[in-house]
Design a protein around this ligand. Sequence first.
Ligand code: HEM
Length: 529
Amino acid sequence: MVTMVIEIILTCIAVILLLLYSLRGHLGYQKACGLGSIPRVAPCLPFFGNALHLDMAQCHLSLSDLRPKYGQVFRIRLFKEDIVVLNDYASIHDALIVKGSDFAGRPPMYRTSHAERNKHSIVWQTYTHKLVFLRKCVLKSLRMYGAGLGKLEERCAPDMDTMCRTIAGMGGKPFNPRTVIYDSVCSVMLSLTLGMKLDYDSPSFKTIQKMNALFNDIFGSGTARRLDFIPLLKYFRNDCYCRMQEALQLRDEFWEEQLEKLKDSKVDPECVVPSLLEEVNNNSTSVNTASNGVAKARSTGKQKDDSQEDVSVTTVKEVFTNLILAGTDTTATALTCLLLIVLHYPDVQRRMQQEIDSVVDSGSTPSLADRPYMPYVEAVLLELLRFISHVPLAVPHHTTCDTSVLEKPVPINTVVYINLWSLHHDEAEWTEPWTFRPSRFLDDQGKLVSPSHKNRRMLLPFGAGRRVCLGEILAKNRLFLFASALLQRFRFEPEDPENMPEVDPRSYEMGLVLHPKPFRLRALPRNAV
Ligand code: HEM
């Protein structure tokens, strides 16, 4: 009896505390916190905030709908968290470029801090010396300049060839292009990061596909976010939590299998994973040296800082997972969307093919050296990234100090969403934003407008500033190589011209990135090669 009374009292205290906590926002707490000058979206309910009024599965659409009423910068509340949303070029530029490091953090989230992933990751780590160091290492290994570009072509060639042969093998019958494109893009990513190729049918390749699919669910589905707000759900067999455990297990299995192979002399030592592992080896050597009382120095003789010392095998594993995930779904989806778009805009397909045929010798495949001579193809790729904006809210940012956006104060540790979707579909800036129109990026002579042209400045599909996408140059080059090879070799036609799948990106579904609904097409060989 006494126990029951105690339990009831404790439950009442817990409920009162919870209510008081969730009412803080309504009692002027936010004003005290310094977000008072940024309009807050209503209705903001106790405990839930705006969570019940936003479509969490298509948050970019809900947030963009709020812009006419609340302006370019507003804030929403999801459970106990206030989130500032930046919706136009002026505010995004101010935060990411002018204020740079102030907005370069990442918020702590249960899904990313589980198993301490955010301490090792590039995508999820907040703005630390270690992050800056890791970004530098990866960029150096990817080498998207000079001779590095030749290497990229070499690494892409076998997978592009497999992709085109598989498509040709369909013999003009309708098929869903997603899988074949996805496998080729994923294989290039594995070869760029590990420095070796995996067979598409190998168990290791299948493990990666499965791991990617699980992470896609974990970060894509709106309901998965509940775990960040209510981590206790993990004790109730929460779906997202179970998937997270499974994905990490697959990642570890893959890693155990590959680690031995990575010691093989055939592996390119300059690729991301081997070169980071080398860094770890150097660290352990120098730590041992330091513990013997000798000066703390790397094998190269240079002084090193804490950020380098902190790089462990766990870090390498996490960076590898980041690159495979971020580098596959984004590019594969953009290419799949391009095929859907050319079904709807046959004139775009014809003009791309005319340009490719006029620049590339018959018998050769397009190379990166051809890029400057193909302004129309370039304009199509820019318009593709604007039109689909398939990373619509970028990755959440977090303020690293008390700062401001467009002179409105924003306190330290505030979550900030960069609404690229709204930026790229703003009717005041883009004429007919829901129409696919590559000519926005061309001048009267059909040349690509300069990077300082308003339309190019306002196009930020990779974000900007300190956390700009690490794969931006790789992605642009790979999109060019894959897109021009596909259009050189095939004419794409709808399976059923009367019943074409929707091209409007407002109909796409959210995963890790936005995806069009599955569709089928016919690929008819052209005779250019
Ligand atoms: C069409 C292709 C791609 C698009 C549209 C895209 C877009 C983005 C965006 C919007 C962000 C978030 C920027 C921010 O936080 O403000 C990002 C981050 C990132 N992307 Fe990409 N991306 C693409 C391809 C790639 C590729 C191929 C790689 C592989 C190297 C990659 C690796 C990353 C990484 C590691 C980050 C996290 C950077 C950080 O947090 O410091 N992405 N990407």
